[in-house]
Write a protein that binds this ligand. Structure first.
Ligand code: FCB
Length: 442
C-alpha cells in the first residue's frame, strides 16, 4: 500500500462551482448562469452567483490547501472571464484574477494544474449554437491560445476539457445540464466539436513550445455485465462504447468506435478531414475522473439498461465500488497505454452534519481510503499512475443539485462563507504526512 515518492497529491475544484462574483470585473454570462436562473433546472433554484465566493476568498482557500499539505491544486479557468462574449475582446481583469491565484499558489509551494473548460461556456456562443456549432471549437482554440500566452510559464499542467461526455450528453442530449438541449442525435455533434476543440487547443499549444504537460480529463465509468448471458455482455459492450470508448478511441486511436454503427451515423455528418488527426495528436497524460461503476443488462431489444447498485450508495445515489477504479486503471493502461495517468477527480457526497464545529464524515474517509488503496494496487500492478486529485476541496455548487450535495473535505457554511475542516480533511492531512497508513484491502 505504498505510493511512489514523487506521486502528486492534490485537490480539485471548478470555476463556476466555487468562484461566485458572477458579474464582477467584466465577466460575461455563461450557460450555467442562464441555466441556473431558468426555473426548474437546478434544485431549489440555486445559482453560482456567490457560490463559495472564492473569487474574493482565494487567499484564504490557498492557505487551506497549503494547510492540507498537498502538492497541487486543480482549478478551472472561466472562459467568460477571459472573453466575456466568447470571442473577440479580451478582459484583462479576468486574466489578472488567475495570475493572482497562481502567484498565491506558487508562493505557497503548490503546483497549479489548470483546466481550460469545466463547462462554463460563454452564453453568447450558445446563442450561436454552442457546441453544435463547429465555430465554437475554433473560438476555444483562440481562447486557449490567449490563456497559454498569459499563464504558459507558470502552470504546471494543462487540461483542455473536463468530461466532454457530460458537456455533450448531459448538456445537449438529455438536458440535465446547461444549456439544457435535448437531442440524442445532435449531442454527437456537440461531442465531436468538443473533441475538435481539444485537438485545436493542442495544436495551438504545440506551436508555443511551452514545457508544461498537457492532457484531457474524461469521466470513465467501468461497465460490468449483470450476468454472463451473451445479451448482457453485448449490452455492456454498447454501454462501454457510448460512455468510455466514444472519447478514448478518437483521442488515442484517431477513430470513433467502429462496432457502434448505430451511433456513427449521427457523428459522420460532423466529421471533416483532418479532424481526427487533430483530436488524436499526442498528449502527455490522460486525466481520469472516477466516482462509480455501472452494472448493465440487456433490455428486450438488446439495448443496455443500467441495473440497481449492489453495494451502498453515496448521497448522489452512486454505488461505492472501489475495485472499479483498479479495474478501470488496468483496462485503460492495457487498451490505450502506455500513457501517464492521473486521477483528476475522485470523492463522494454524503449527508454531512455540522455539530459543534465538527463534521464526522466517516463514510467519506472510508470511501477515500478504499480508493487510495485501489490506486496503490494499480501502481503495484504496473499502471503509470502519477497523481490523485481529490474532489473536492470545498463543498460547492453541485450543478443541477445546487448546494444540496456536499463533496468537500472542507465544509462551507454558505450563509457566512465560513470554512470548517471535516474529519476527512484532517484524515487526509495525516495521511499525507505519513501518520495514518492505509489498511489492507478487505
Ligand atoms: C464531475 C464534475 C465535477 C463534480 C463531480 C461530482 O462530473 O467534473 O465538477 O460535479 O462530478
Amino acid at each position: 500500500m505504498r505510493f511512489p515518492d514523487d506521486f502528486l497529491w492534490g485537490v480539485a475544484t471548478a470555476s463556476y462551482q466555487i468562484e461566485g462574483a458572477f458579474n464582477e470585473d467584466g465577466r460575461g454570462e455563461s450557460i450555467w448562469d442562464r441555466f441556473s436562473k431558468t426555473p426548474g433546472k437546478v434544485l431549489h433554484g440555486h445559482t453560482g452567483d456567490v457560490a463559495c465566493n472564492h473569487y474574493h476568498l482565494y487567499k484564504e482557500d490557498v492557505a487551506l490547501i497549503k494547510d492540507l499539505g498537498v502538492d497541487s491544486y486543480r482549478f478551472s479557468i472561466a472562459w467568460p472571464r477571459i472573453l466575456p462574449q466568447g470571442s473577440g475582446s479580451v478582459n484583462q481583469k479576468g486574466l489578472d484574477f488567475y495570475k493572482r491565484l497562481v502567484d498565491e499558489l506558487l508562493a505557497n509551494g503548490i503546483k497549479p494544474a489548470a483546466t481550460l473548460y469545466h463547462w462554463d461556456l460563454p452564453q453568447m456562443l450558445e446563442n450561436h449554437g454552442g457546441w453544435l456549432n463547429r465555430d465554437t471549437a475554433k473560438h476555444f482554440q483562440d481562447y486557449a491560445q490567449i490563456v497559454f500566452e498569459s499563464l504558459g510559464d507558470v502552470i504546471d499542467s494543462w487540461i483542455t476539457l473536463n468530461e466532454p461526455w457530460c458537456s455533450a450528453y448531459l448538456g445537449y442530449g438529455n438536458g440535465h445540464h446547461a444549456p439544457g438541449r435535448q437531442s440524442f442525435a445532435e449531442h454527437f455533434g456537440a461531442a465531436h466539436h468538443l473533441l475538435l476543440a481539444h485537438g485545436l487547443a493542442l495544436q495551438a499549444y504545440k506551436q508555443l513550445n511551452l514545457s508544461a504537460e498537457i492532457g484531457i480529463t474524461l469521466n470513465l465509468i467501468p461497465q460490468y455485465p449483470a450476468s454472463s448471458k451473451p445479451a448482457d455482455i453485448d449490452a455492456t459492450r454498447q454501454a462501454d462504447g457510448f460512455q468510455n470508448r466514444w472519447y478514448l478511441d478518437p483521442v488515442f486511436k484517431g477513430h470513433y468506435p467502429q462496432d457502434l454503427p448505430e451511433f456513427l451515423i449521427y457523428v459522420d455528418p460532423y466529421v471533416q478531414e483532418q479532424d481526427l488527426k487533430l483530436i488524436s495528436a499526442p498528449i502527455d497524460f490522460l486525466g481520469i475522473n472516477f466516482y462509480s461503476r455501472a452494472i448493465i443488462a440487456a433490455d428486450q431489444t438488446g439495448k443496455p439498461q443500467s441495473q440497481p447498485a449492489q453495494y451502498p450508495v453515496t448521497a448522489m445515489g452512486w454505488e461505492v465500488y472501489p475495485q472499479g477504479l483498479y479495474d478501470l486503471l488496468l483496462r485503460v493502461h492495457r487498451d490505450y497505454g502506455p500513457i501517464p495517468l492521473y486521477i483528476t477527480e475522485n470523492g463522494a457526497a454524503f449527508h454531512d452534519i455540522l455539530e459543534q464545529g465538527q463534521v464526522a464524515d466517516k463514510e467519506r474517509i472510508n470511501y477515500l481510503e478504499a480508493h487510495f488503496a485501489q490506486a496503490a494496487r494499480a501502481i503495484a500492478a504496473g499502471v503509470p499512475l502519477k497523481g490523485y486529485f481529490l474532489w473536492s476541496l470545498l463543498d460547492n455548487f453541485e450543478w443541477a443539485f445546487g448546494y444540496e450535495r456536499r463533496f468537500g473535505i472542507i465544509y462551507v457554511d454558505f450563509e457566512t462563507q465560513q470554512r470548517i475542516l471535516k474529519d476527512s480533511a484532517k484524515w487526509f492531512k495525516l495521511f499525507k504526512k505519513g501518520v495514518v497508513k492505509l489498511s489492507p484491502i478487505s
